[in-house]
Write a protein that binds this ligand. Structure first.
Ligand code: NAD
Length: 311
């Protein structure tokens, strides 16, 4: 008789889920899991963040370890790598509570170094690890339409897929490669988006200061080889509504840009343009504060010209 592997103890469709970090992103994801009928245990530094979920049937865990006890899968949606390390490996940490056969999937935008430390301790205990950062803004978290960038074993992804299908768009769940590949892809797509924001803002400001109507300029650019998803969709938050997206703060945007530039340094790729984008974001954070929205670098230029970019 063979001894079952720990993985075999996970039900084909994991039903018992833990969720730690109930902010702009985690709050929406946890609500969708609850609405889909999952048996949900939640934890956050701030218990108020769990109030609506508890009212809807989720169980509160007083510590990360308690949030992991008896769970098939635990998701964490935390601000930055130090928070992930604290929650997983700190006192009463999540890892100490998770049973063999369970999976920790980190949907935070983080770096492999922390997950590597966790994995070293998790693997001998039969606990699997995935990095699974997301994109789609707080609106996508609320709607359950996130894109998910997964790093780790394809077989473990298949076990967790039913959970990811609830929080994300099943067609936008991308297996990026081995451990850490999801984090890397997420940092790169954010770097590209922030760069597009900074350059698109300059293009729109220069063109309109030179006398071209904003709507005409944008329409012409969209019909050109220089069009982008940012120009076609995301820029409208500001152009139509003056909404700089407080659902994603400048503090977190600067964290992501810092991690992206650090990664460039670590792999030896010069990143002049990326470093400039990071500095622009740091200027916006200094000007408008940590909790300002991720699109406020547009306002830096608007304040300089004295002309808000509005349709
Ligand atoms: P947030 O600050 O709104 O939420 C983070 C939550 O984690 C808060 O509720 C906070 O209380 C909790 N928390 C912090 N430290 C904790 C600890 N030690 N123990 C328990 N709970 C703790 O952040 P967010 O915007 O939801 O982002 C979460 C992650 O998702 C970040 O890594 C971010 O970069 C990424 N992300 C955000 C967006 C977005 O649009 N907001 C989009 C994609 C990815």
């Amino acid at each position: 008789m063979t001894t079952p592997t720990p993985a075999a103890t996970l039900a084909p469709d994991p039903r018992k889920v833990g969720f730690i970090g109930l902010g702009h992103m985690g709050g929406g994801m946890a609500r969708n899991l609850l609405a889909a009928g999952y048996d949900l245990v939640v934890h956050d530094l701030n218990r108020d963040a769990a109030a609506a979920l508890e009212a809807g049937g989720a169980r509160w865990a007083a510590t990360p370890a308690e949030a992991g006890a008896g769970r098939d899968v635990v998701l964490t949606s935390l601000p930055a790598p130090p928070h992930v390390e604290q929650v997983l490996l700190g006192p009463d940490g999540l890892l100490s509570g998770m049973p063999p056969g369970s999976v920790w999937a980190d949907v935070s935008t983080s770096v492999p170094a922390v997950a590597d430390k966790v994995r070293e301790l998790a693997t001998p205990r039969g606990i699997d690890v995935l990095d699974a950062p997301v994109s789609g803004m707080a609106a996508g978290a609320a709607a359950g339409t996130l894109a998910i960038y997964v790093g780790g074993s394809a077989a473990v992804l298949e076990r967790v897929r039913p959970v990811f299908d609830v929080i994300g768009n099943p067609e936008k769940i991308v297996h990026c490669g081995g451990h850490g590949a999801g984090y890397t892809v997420k940092l790169m797509l954010n770097l590209l988006w922030f760069a597009e924001l900074v350059v698109t803002t300059e293009v729109l400001a220069i063109g309109t200061e030179a006398g071209v109507d904003l709507a005409t300029l944008r329409r012409a650019l969209m019909a050109s080889p220089s069009t982008s998803n940012f120009l076609e969709k995301d820029v409208l938050y500001v152009l139509e509504r003056g909404d700089y997206d407080e659902g994603f703060t400048l503090a977190l945007a600067c964290k992501d840009l810092g991690l992206a530039v650090d990664l460039a340094r670590a792999v030896g790729v010069p990143a002049e343009a990326s470093a400039l984008v990071e500095q622009t974001y740091r200027r916006a954070r200094a000007q408008y504060g940590d909790s300002g929205g991720e699109m406020l670098p547009m306002k830096l230029t608007e304040d300089l010209t004295g002309h808000p970019l509005r349709l």
